[in-house]
Design a protein around this ligand. Sequence first.
Ligand code: GYE
Length: 314
Amino acid sequence: MLLVLVVCACGIGSRSATESKPIVLGYSQLGDESTWRTQNSRSIIDAAEKAGVKIMFDDAMQKPENQIKAIRSFIAYKVDVIAFSPLVETGWDTVLHEAKAAGIPVIIVDRMIDTADESLYACALGSDFYKEGRRAGEFLVKKYRGSGRPVRIVEIGGTMDSTPAIGRYQGFRDVISSDPNFSVIFSDDGDFMLSKGKEIMRRVLRLYGPGDLDVLYSHNDDMTFGAIEVMQEAGIEPGKDVVIISVDATQRIVDYLKDGAVNCVIECNPNSGSQLMEIARDVASGVGVPKRIYIEETVFDEYADLDAIAPRGY
Ligand code: GYE
């Protein structure tokens, strides 16, 4: 009897799902600059397929003007929902007014926008980048507690004016400023790209001798890998001669952490696809959603039980 009921329930469920019109979601992705981003795009595309959402996915190749073009084409196409991950925080008001005038709800994903008009978006789903920055600082405070010696830090930042770069910069400083022994001796933007991580570390090693820096704080794993390569070429042992903190937590950086070549990894979770689909369904059908949703994240560092880290999957 129970079996029959279950079978019936399934039958009804699948029939109504195929009968209702699928939601059309226009998604403007900012680019494909990093391992994190590739996984984020995969998560969104896979989740759309699973949820039966028809997705129009555009890669803006790191150009905000391409994102604006994509959003305009989604409006012209009359999609049900628009979602996008803004490269930088400013410059979105005009196009978002156009979406609002067309009656299309907008979800902001991953990075944030800077606007005085909160009615321009229904919901923002992403990480707490300020907290990530604080976590990087907290690791250093723990690592050097009681050492009483100067700690010279090199920072490779993310894309200028992007939310993760701003939060990771500020959160970090707000923690390390509690101890005058910490000083950031060099900081530059590496655009979250491996090649720029290399370039910046080459520049750093032209300015400072191998013994003149204690810590590398890098805003993402790809830039960390670039910097590590250059350090190794210069005979610096990563994780030993220079303490390394990286953000994202891809599998490869976790492997480096396990090998002692990296000391602390701040997780930034790219798997927001299924949560995004739920929000898209809600906003498309007029169900209220929270204005701001933060994705849960953690930290992996050399003090933790590293064997307990589950495979990252990317
Ligand atoms: O940390 C980095 C990517 O916006 C959170 O962008 C994202 C960041 C991520 O390129 O790897």
